[in-house]
Design a binder for this molecule. Structure first.
Ligand SMILES: *[C@@H]1O[C@H](CO)[C@@H](O)[C@H](O)[C@H]1NC(C)=O
Ligand SMILES: *[C@@H]1O[C@H](CO)[C@@H](O)[C@H](O)[C@H]1NC(C)=O
Ligand SMILES: *[C@@H]1O[C@H](CO)[C@@H](O)[C@H](O)[C@H]1NC(C)=O
Ligand SMILES: *[C@@H]1O[C@H](CO)[C@@H](O)[C@H](O)[C@H]1NC(C)=O
Length: 400
């Protein structure tokens, strides 16, 4: 019985990565494909206690906290839910009030009842979109749940070897809404990695993203993504597969950021902090008050047992092979003007100390894979409300 459940779930997880299983690229779904999709939807969408709407028509189910999809993950079978992190987020001086940071311009219309958490409902259309970028192209992994095969990045990174393992990363991420088409995505994000090499590393990502295939719209979403690492191919965006445990009753992962920056105007940014304490879960905090959103249990990951080896701040874009690369950030190359290109300011980390620290210039490095299309700057520590900052972005286009 147990084995069967695990086997089924393994197939489900695999299907998220290799959805070629049983799904044809063209034309209407066959009966088998349809029932496969229905089965997947049943796993992802638990019976709701209440159903809410988001301003853009997204359906949000209030799910019993203890019955959320994360707990279908075989590795989380005996996992005891953490209602609260065992530690306070760093960098907030005042004791936090019960009131959550409002998501500027509300996304959710209504509130989930006590003991439930909001989870964006996955529709059949979502699953179909996740699998195909378009009629003419079946991506290598047939899915935007993993990054499409062709990605580019522009990051400012801190490496652990200079200062010991890294346990917390925080930054104020400038939010944009770049023009991104189907078969493309664009992010401004924090990336935390651990493990021997890029392909098999464990990863946690959080920030904003425009991804029409994933979300079915051109809006800017607060996104998360995890990668188990070890070459096993587990992990996904937000709640698209079991893994992330949502604990915040008001702020679901994947929500729409309705405010964003516009070139040349006063920018709009969001605070994102991700941290681990004492080999425990990795918690995600959001907003001025560092509200906890939820966490990734440690045993989802091959690595990350005690901190991370690298944290990066910047942008990532992806495209299907038949598409140009989308704009990153504001779509403009950085020129040191914080109203022109996307930035991440007040970059801080925690290593051996109990508090957040500001990087020093000799401990950072910039990485950009196609300077023709994107760039990144290391602004150093500018002090005041800017702190240690990076600016990044570019117009994209035909970069290869
Ligand atoms: C992707 O889908 C195509 C067509 O359904 C299939 O032939 C191919 O094997 C799939 N790729 C993977 C990696 O599953
Ligand atoms: C939810 O629970 C909290 C604490 O247990 C309580 O103070 C509050 O009144 C409850 N809210 C509702 C709507 O039941
Ligand atoms: C968000 O956008 C609305 C409408 O454009 C604006 O009134 C509000 O001031 C913005 N909020 C922030 C925090 O920038
Ligand atoms: C990229 O930014 C660096 C500063 O970080 C600058 O020296 C370099 O000229 C830029 N490259 C391009 C192609 O604009």
């Amino acid at each position: 019985m147990e084995m069967k459940a695990i086997a089924l779930l393994a197939i489900h997880c695999l299907a998220l990565f290799y959805p070629g299983h049983g799904l044809s690229a063209h034309g209407p779904l066959t009966k088998e494909e349809d029932s496969e999709l229905e089965a997947r939807l049943k796993t992802l969408n638990k019976p709701p206690v209440r159903t809410l709407k988001a301003f853009n028509g997204d359906i949000i189910d209030c799910i019993d906290m203890y019955k959320q999809p994360a707990f279908d993950h075989p590795l989380l079978k005996n996992h005891k839910i953490e209602i609260k992190p065992s530690f306070l987020p760093l960098g907030v001086k005042k004791k936090r009030t019960a009131q959550a940071t409002p998501v500027e311009q509300p996304y959710l219309l209504g509130e989930c009842p006590n003991g439930t958490v909001p989870i964006r409902r996955t529709t059949k259309e979502d699953l179909i979109r996740h699998h195909f970028y378009g009629k003419t192209y079946v991506p290598k992994y047939n899915s935007s749940l993993v990054a499409p095969p062709l990605t580019h990045f522009a990051y400012l990174s801190l490496e652990a070897y200079k200062r010991g393992p890294l346990f917390t990363a925080e930054g104020y991420i400038d939010v944009y809404n770049p023009n991104v088409e189907a078969g493309q995505f664009s992010t401004g994000q924090i990336l935390i990695t651990d493990g021997p090499e890029e392909l098999s590393a464990s990863k946690i990502e959080a920030g904003w993203m425009v991804n029409p295939n994933l979300y079915g719209d051109h809006l800017t979403h607060f996104f998360t993504r995890w990668t188990g690492g070890g070459g096993v191919g587990t992990g996904c965006y937000d709640m698209a597969c079991p893994g992330f445990v949502q604990t915040n009753p008001r702020i679901p992962v994947g929500f729409v950021l309705r405010n964003f920056s516009v070139y040349g105007h006063v920018p709009y940014d969001i605070v994102v902090q991700v941290g681990q304490r004492r080999r425990g879960s990795w918690w995600l905090f959001y907003g001025d008050k560092r509200d906890e959103i939820g966490y990734w249990p440690r045993n989802l990951f091959q690595y990350f047992s005690s901190g991370a080896s690298r944290i990066s701040f910047g942008g990532q874009v992806g495209r299907a092979p038949n598409r140009p690369s989308p704009p990153m950030g504001s779509g403009h190359f950085p020129d040191h003007d914080f109203t022109h290109s996307s930035y991440i300011r007040l970059i801080r980390y925690r290593s051996s100390q109990k508090r957040l620290e500001t990087p020093s210039r000799d401990g950072t490095a910039t990485h950009v894979d196609v300077p023709l299309c994107y760039n990144v700057t290391d602004e150093g520590d500018l002090g005041g409300v800017t702190g240690y900052a990076t600016t990044f972005g570019g117009p994209g286009g035909n970069c290869d």
